[in-house]
Design a protein around this ligand. Structure first.
Ligand SMILES: *Cc1c(COP(=O)(O)O)cnc(C)c1O
Length: 357
């Protein structure tokens, strides 16, 4: 049976991306060696790194003065690297969910943290909009897509101070005005590659302004200066990222990814809003195009487990909602086809007929 992977992460990747990566793990180009066993210092791997960084810049239209890094540690290590490198006295954070809170927790180890606004009281079902960013903060940190709650900031905010964004789960799903940000980071395993590599887009001029000593590996400057080759980088996930970046380009770039994301989300949210069994959990204006969260209406609540089993039986993988939201979450990253979304909608409609017959 055809399975559709709606998992929030590690998540769906295009078949050809996984196939090309698998092939390179057996034999990398015409080197006669596996990608896993070649030196990252060879010209063959250097070409992979160079092309991945160049495609990153091209696809996101990254201006001069920024570096693209591929490092280890996941987005979770960035939660501490960001304040380590940028927080001298005070940083501002927008609390839009668990990931934002985890980022704040790390920042508190380095200085004062101002929570400018929070939607915690409403279980993070919306993105706060009325807040002031302290003009004397070293930076302002946002999480553009809240993977667990299905809310998303789909515009590039104006900030009086350096804007830092965790874009783990929506990078390459829309055009981004990178010039508005000082730093953008994310774990690759949501919408870019397999797990194991973390991307960082950093404006060179924001570095070097804190007075503390920074351990070599945690210093962005190290990775900027060494082109992400200070130590052995995660070569297979970087190769996989390159294949995906090539795929995005061949499909028509981020504009096309954005068009598809809107198409998928419009179909699924329309069904959630129409189907009497279900309701969306995020405030309509803040709905994510990537992670679509919904529950069963109170009067049908007892059918949730049955619907999950019904949908799983028809090949819908990974649609169980995060435990803090419940219900269902259909993650629709770049590689999710509109057919997959239509298959899920058909499940919802067929289940509705069963229950309401
Ligand atoms: C998954 C996720 C993280 C954590 O990423 P790791 O690479 O596992 O550390 C952080 N932020 C957001 C928005 C996420 O979705």
């Amino acid at each position: 049976m055809k399975k559709y992977n709606f998992g929030a992460g590690p998540s769906i990747l295009p078949q050809e991306v996984m196939k090309a990566t698998a092939d390179a793990c057996v034999e990398f180009g015409d080197t006669g060696l596996s990608l896993m066993e070649i030196s990252h210092r060879t010209k063959d791997f250097q070409a992979v790194m160079d092309e991945a960084q160049a495609l990153f810049k091209e696809l996101l239209d990254i201006p001069e003065g920024y570096s693209v890094l591929f490092v280890g540690g996941g987005a979770s290590l960035e939660f501490c690297m960001v304040p380590f490198n940028l927080l001298e006295k005070k940083a501002a954070y927008l609390n839009t969910g668990v990931w934002a809170k985890k980022a704040m927790k790390e920042a508190k180890l380095f200085g004062e943290v101002v929570e400018v606004a929070s939607s915690a009281d409403a279980n993070y079902t919306f993105i706060p909009k009325d807040y002031e960013i302290p003009a004397d903060a070293d930076y302002f940190h946002i999480t553009t897509n809240n993977t667990i709650y299905g809310t998303e900031i789909r515009e590039d905010l104006d900030s009086p101070v350096t804007l830092v964004a965790d874009m783990s789960s929506d990078i390459f799903s829309r055009k981004v005005d990178v010039s508005k940000y000082g730093l953008i980071y994310g774990g690759a395993q949501k919408n870019l590659s397999m797990a194991g590599v973390t991307f960082v887009i950093v404006k060179d001029e924001i570095l070097g302004h804190v007075s503390r000593a920074i351990p070599t590996m945690l210093d962005y400057r190290t990775h900027v200066d060494k082109g992400s080759m200070f130590n052995t980088p995660p070569v297979v996930p970087i190769y996989c990222a390159l294949q995906n970046l090539r795929w995005i380009k061949a499909q028509g770039g981020v504009e096309e990814m954005e068009r598809r994301a809107k198409e998928r989300a419009a179909l699924l949210y329309a069904e959630i809003d129409r189907n009497p069994l279900f309701r969306g959990t995020a405030k309509a204006e803040d709905r994510s195009l990537m992670n679509i969260c919904f529950v069963m209406n109170d009067e049908y609540k007892e059918h949730e487990a049955a619907f999950l089993a019904f949908a799983q039986g028809r090949g819908m993988q990974g649609i169980k909602g995060h435990r803090s939201v419940g219900g269902f979450r259909a993650s629709c990253y770049n590689a999710m086809s509109v057919e997959g979304v239509k298959a899920l909608i058909a499940c919802m409609q067929d289940f509705e007929k069963e229950i309401l017959k």
